[in-house]
Design a protein around this ligand. Structure first.
Ligand code: ADP
Ligand code: MG
Length: 319
């Protein structure tokens, strides 16, 4: 099978909302009136972002999910994406699993594949997504205000827990392992919640490299500090009910875990009821974990208000 037959067979489905989709030199797209375009790119490299044993359907899902998560973090509605694939060989069963997982998530978010690139080489998946926000309503990292509450969506730490189990560093009961593995291999981008935070969250980011690091980006960009209450973190793992995670592991997974694809955001204290109503409306739990402070420090406080030494680090490819 040649390159173009591969594209036709596994990726071309006919333009839906694009003016011109797959098959011409460029895709052509007309933005909705009164909207700004939001772009983001994320690459998944075998051995670095996923294990060679992962099933192709999950990989197709995850490759797009991590990109949709970035759009959600800006409050952008997904519209379209480009897929650049480097493949060692044409493996039809791999390609059909991969494209199924990819399109299932794409369709669930009405995000259309409008083009890309295909070459032979080590397995590498690069996606560029495009979304829209009403003019001036994107949610940035740089606008957190002193006194704001800090929230996270959903669950944190389980993806890291699964990774540690895969590496043989800890052993989990079967139920907890399956839950954690589901979080690692099938992240659910918080698209609806992210969009609903327009006009409500003062700043937002997605948690991809670990809570402390990603919240740290908000703090740095906004020129503020924060206090986090460690007791509010203890219920954040999905696996909490299935397995009593030792406190040290819990903190490590929740604070510096990575691969969570949840949202961390700030909102004024006066917006607590509205935040709770949005969380309820979208069926996504939201947990208040601390507050924005003057200064530049990120302080962790225990139940009694004492400092917890912060020795946790987020993921950095070049650190
Ligand atoms: P060019 O040679 O002009 O770079 P290609 O020959 O690589 O274009 O691609 C032909 C068409 O197929 C283009 O519309 C391109 O966007 C699309 N395409 C290539 N690879 C993919 C892919 N993996 N997924 C979706 N569309 C693709
Ligand atoms: Mg061309």
């Amino acid at each position: 099978m040649g390159e173009f037959e591969l594209i036709d067979r596994f990726f071309k489905r006919g333009a839906r909302h694009a003016d011109v989709g797959i098959g011409d030199d460029c895709a052509i797209w007309t933005p909705s009136p009164g909207h700004q375009l939001a772009f983001s790119a994320d690459m998944l490299v075998e051995g670095r972002h996923f294990l060679s044993t992962v099933n192709p359907r999950d990989l197709g899902h995850k490759a797009l999910a991590v990109n949709l998560s970035d759009l959600a973090a800006c409050g952008a509605t997904p519209r379209a994406f480009l897929l650049s694939l480097s493949l060692p060989r044409v493996d039809e069963s791999w390609l059909s699993g991969f494209s199924e997982g990819l399109f299932e998530l794409a369709d669930a978010h009405a995000c259309e594949l409008i083009g890309g690139d295909t070459t032979r080489g080590p397995l590498n998946i690069a996606i560029t997504v495009m979304g829209e926000t009403p003019q001036g309503q994107s949610i940035l990292r740089s606008t957190a205000q002193i006194g704001d509450d800090i929230y996270v969506s959903g669950h944190l730490g389980d993806a890291r827990l699964a990774l540690e189990a895969f590496r043989g560093n800890l052993s989990l009961p079967q139920t907890a392992f399956e839950q954690a593995r589901g979080r690692l291999e099938g992240p659910a981008p918080r698209t609806a919640l992210g969009c609903a935070m327009r006009g409500l969250a003062t700043a937002m980011a997605d948690v991809s490299d670990g809570l402390l690091g990603d919240l740290g980006h908000i703090l740095k960009a906004s020129g503020v500090g924060a206090q986090l209450s460690v007791s509010s973190l203890s219920g954040l793992m999905l696996t909490t009910d299935a397995w009593a995670c030792p406190r040290e592991w819990m903190l490590r997974c929740v604070l510096s875990g990575g691969d969570d694809y949840e949202l961390v955001f700030t909102a004024p204290q006066t917006a607590r009821d509205r935040v709770a109503a949005v969380a309820l409306a979208f069926g996504t739990p939201v947990t208040r974990i601390g507050s924005i402070q003057a200064g530049r420090d990120l302080q962790l406080l225990d139940e009694s208000g004492a400092d917890v030494p912060n020795t946790f680090r987020s993921f950095d490819h070049f650190a």
